[in-house]
Design a protein around this ligand. Structure first.
Ligand SMILES: [Zn+2]
Length: 852
């Protein structure tokens, strides 16, 4: 079948008038589409699905009108308009009337609900069109390259807000207590960026950023949670206007919090929609991690206004460029917004997550051919966002920040209001910098996987060689080489030396002035590769951790554990090596270490668990004791967050009874006497109380989840429910995932958390096997796919067989290589168990002094 619409008839302008009936949850629309007919046709093909089309006519400039009929093909998501006589080449106006249903699947034109303080339920109508769901709201040429101008009118009940991509130009009363709100013409843009939102929403007073008014919208009663997003939004808007050297392409910018929202946010031009946790936050009561999330998502979406909205990929294979670039720009902007957050160091965690997927045989290239538009749905993953952003950062560091920025400006200027391909960006960056970009970049973009660089002592220098990194052995690990910009940093007698080199086909020896005390490869951490240090070099590094940067320490820990998973470093050796990190002060390094402990906790048997818990307590004791429970006066935000992270790990994974006891006391004092708890510690207390709590705490947390005052508080209590260990409470949480008490945007992630927990995974797996069809029906597609990530935690050969048989016999596919990736991740963990169970048991059985 043809995946693209024919180009015989193309649109240039849509005038759409829509009315949603929020009580009946239906909508009705009429539209005029200005089209150019390029050859005589009696048939016009465009996209529509789940719509009924009632009236069809084509009108020529001379007034000639031809009546038509509509024929929907539901499977192809297309409608064929048939006309009695041919439409001659030239300009025509197509007039269509249609109706549809506001669905509950959080795509197309859909229904979101919320309950007000008085307990009354309210309905909002909102849209989510990317990738291919504009066709659910109005018939259209639903392809990113078929850009057009949109003129929108929304008919809404009096007292209801109506928001679309541009400013309101007129409001006129309509009989029946309604009004017609007409918006200004948009720029020429793609259908997937159109947005309509109708509901009893409130907005903040607009702030002017240059000429652009910026507002935050939310359900009534939450406006006081909008300040932080407004600040980040205004900062980002200004930052990007400067960086891109082009004015903001819209006439206003609205940021809207929608109570039910499948993704994190959506970059509709001028009307960005968010899930509440990504936009609304009480900055005085939020943890660092919660604030960073809002800053990230807001900056990311604002970056898209140019990169994505003004210049758009020509087809869905280019989605990586959109998302990778927005992620890269998000980091740049947030790093400028709060330099003290060290955002590029924290990005190490995301880069590591992308490497965890890209080290699988079931990975894919960042960019690959997309035939049917639907096939790009599985592209919204770590490889697109995090690997993509990593390789762009690597390129930026290679070219220099200014050369890179100039190339981006050239690209945007050349293609504005149009569409572009990856090669167009390479061309612009090459023209601006004078460097051959494809030569360096193509292997990173068009080939799967990434290299591991082996570093070995060679005279006074270090010899570097590369091959593909994979967790499991297989054919082809030695096929092809990357061009790797490598920065080697070494500590020598006279100080520190740095050597930038380009590692390609042949091994290279980097000569150093004197025999170094330590050597870091991938210094600064911008490279998308792992490093395998020869034992002698790793030993030296372990002794020099205090002298290298946090991102370098992060990579030492993260790469070492990846080598454990790949079978080239014994797990006990790794656990022994973690003793080098007891004085660690960076929370990302601790995230890498704690993540590896949690992983091993899923691999070992229950009998070994007390041994691992003792080891975790021992490793964390020094850092946790240094920080205590209370923040110092002028302590920075990252240290406060680290305190919370360490306490959480000690009280949950480390099962530390003293920490659990103290957490209970503090929480009780906080609740009863209002004694304040640092916002970074409070989420940890909640998680610890869950891990060590019973029915009383469970009841309390369910109540607090339902009466939460902020989206963050709601999430803390909801996800804490997955941490309770008594079997009957696990069962209750499982029931919550399908009985409608948890929003469908959150339920899949609750299921995933239950599948991952060592105390809940067994009943969770049994539950999912029974209820997966209900879940598939209730959850939005993108989030439903994510719940299955949890199967990688079912670590033993019997479970693995059961999982494989389950998917094979049900014929479940998750799009792209998603399922294969989850199954391979499970294989990697089971393989580690088969290899290391004995040595780990012996190692963990060694007596360890009680740390606290
Ligand atoms: Zn994005």
């Amino acid at each position: 079948m043809d995946y693209r619409l024919p180009n015989t008839v193309v649109p240039s302008r849509y005038a759409i008038r829509l009315e949603a009936d929020l009580e009946r949850t239906t909508f009705a629309g009429e539209q005029t589409v200005w089209v150019t007919v390029r050859e005589p046709v009696t048939e016009v093909l465009l996209n529509a699905v789940d719509l009924e089309i009632h009236g069809v006519a084509a009108e020529a400039n001379d007034g000639l009108t031809v009546e038509g009929t509509a024929h929907l093909d539901g499977a192809a998501e297309r409608v064929r308009l048939l006309f009695a006589s041919p439409l001659a080449p030239g300009e025509w106006r197509l007039r269509l009337r249609f109706t549809g249903v506001l669905n509950d699947r959080l795509h197309g034109f859909y229904r979101s609900t919320y309950t007000d303080a008085a307990g009354h339920s309210h309905v909002i109508a909102a849209t989510q069109f990317e990738s291919t769901d504009a066709r659910r709201a109005f018939p259209c040429w639903d392809e990113p390259a078929l850009k057009a101008v949109f003129s929108v009118t929304l008919v809404v009940p009096d007292g209801y807000a109506a928001v679309s991509n541009t400013q309101v130009v007129s409001e006129n009363p309509v009989e029946g207590g309604r009004r017609a709100v007409t918006f200004a013409d948009t720029i020429k843009m793609s259908t997937y960026l159109v947005a309509f939102v109708v509901g009893e929403l409130e907005a903040t007073e607009p702030v002017l950023v240059g000429k652009t008014p910026l507002r935050v919208w939310c359900v009534p009663g939450k406006r006081h949670l909008a300040g932080f997003a407004e600040e980040v939004g205004a900062f980002s808007l200004e930052f990007f206007e400067r960086y891109y050297g082009l004015p903001y392409p819209g006439d206003k910018l609205d940021l809207l919090a929608i109570p039910d929202f499948a993704a994190g946010a959506m970059e509709n031009l001028g009307a960005i929609t968010f899930r509440e946790t990504a936009l609304l936050v009480d900055a005085t009561a939020a943890s660092h991690a919660e604030l960073e999330r809002v800053a990230d998502v807001v900056a990311h979406e604002v970056a898209h206004m140019w990169f994505g909205d003004l210049v758009t990929m020509a087809w869905w294979n280019g989605i990586w460029l959109n998302e990778a670039f927005a992620t890269f720009m998000e980091l740049l902007a947030v790093d400028a917004f709060r330099p003290e957050w060290n955002r590029w160091v924290t990005f190490g965690v995301s880069r590591g997550a992308a490497m965890a997927v890209d080290g699988l045989w079931a990975t894919r290239p960042i960019e690959f051919e997309v035939m049917a538009a639907r096939d790009c749905e599985a592209m919204f993953d770590l490889l697109t966002y995090e690997k993509g952003a990593s390789v762009l950062r690597m390129l930026e560091q290679h070219l220099g920040a200014e050369g890179f920025r100039d190339g981006v400006r050239l690209y945007l200027d050349r293609h504005r209001f149009g569409n572009a391909e990856t090669t167009d960006l390479w061309k612009a960056l090459g023209d601006a910098s004078g460097e051959p970009i494809p030569e360096v970049m193509d292997r990173w973009i068009f080939h799967p996987g990434y290299p591991v660089v082996t570093a070995e002592p060679d005279g006074t220098g270090v010899r570097l060689s590369q091959r593909r990194f994979t967790y499991l052995e297989g054919e082809g690990a030695d096929d092809g080489r990357w061009r790797i910009p490598v920065l080697v940093r070494a500590g020598v007698k006279r100080g520190i030396v740095e050597k930038p080199i380009m590692l390609a086909d042949e091994p290279l020896t980097v000569t150093l002035p004197a025999s170094p005390d330590w050597v870091v490869v991938n210094a600064g951490g911008h490279g998308f590769y792992r490093v395998r240090y020869a034992p002698a070099l790793l030993k030296k590094l372990g002794a020099a951790l205090g002298r290298i940067g946090p991102i370098d320490r992060f990579n030492v820990a993260s790469d070492a554990f990846a080598l454990v998973q790949a079978g080239s470093l014994p797990a006990p050796d790794y656990l022994e090596f973690t003793a080098r990190f007891v004085n660690e002060t960076d929370r990302n390094v601790w995230a890498a270490l704690s993540g590896s402990f949690a992983y091993l906790n899923r691999v070992i048997g229950a009998a070994d668990r007390p041994g691992l818990e003792a080891l975790i307590r021992l490793r964390l004791a020094t850092a946790a004791d240094r920080l205590g429970w209370e923040p110092e006066e002028d302590e920075d935000e990252l240290t406060r967050q680290l305190r919370g992270d360490l306490l959480r790990t000690l009280g949950t994974l480390g099962n530390d009874p003293a920490v659990q006891e103290r957490a209970r006391e503090r929480f009780a004092r906080h609740q009863e006497s209002g004694i304040p708890v640092d916002p970074n510690v409070l989420p940890a207390l909640i998680a610890i109380l869950a891990a060590s709590g019973g029915e009383a705490e469970y009841e309390e947390f369910v109540g607090r989840f339902k009466s939460a005052r902020t989206p963050q508080e709601e999430q803390r209590y909801l996800f804490a429910l997955a941490g309770f260990r008594p079997p009957e409470l696990v069962q209750r949480t499982l029931e919550l995932t399908v009985n409608g008490q948890v929003r469908s945007q959150d339920a899949p992630f609750l299921v995933r958390a239950l599948l991952v927990g060592v105390h809940s995974r067994e009943p969770a797996w049994e539950f999912v096997k029974v209820h997966w069809e209900t879940m598939a029906r209730q959850y939005p597609g993108s989030a439903y796919r994510r719940l299955w990530e949890g199967i990688a935690a079912l670590v033993n050969p019997a479970w693995e067989r059961d999982v494989r048989e389950f998917f094979a016999s049900r014929g479940i596919t998750l799009g792209g290589k998603t399922l294969e990736q989850y199954l391979e991740q499970l294989r990697v963990a089971v393989r580690l168990q088969e290899r290391e169970a004995g040595p780990l048991t012996a190692y963990l059985a060694r007596p360890r002094r009680a740390a606290r």
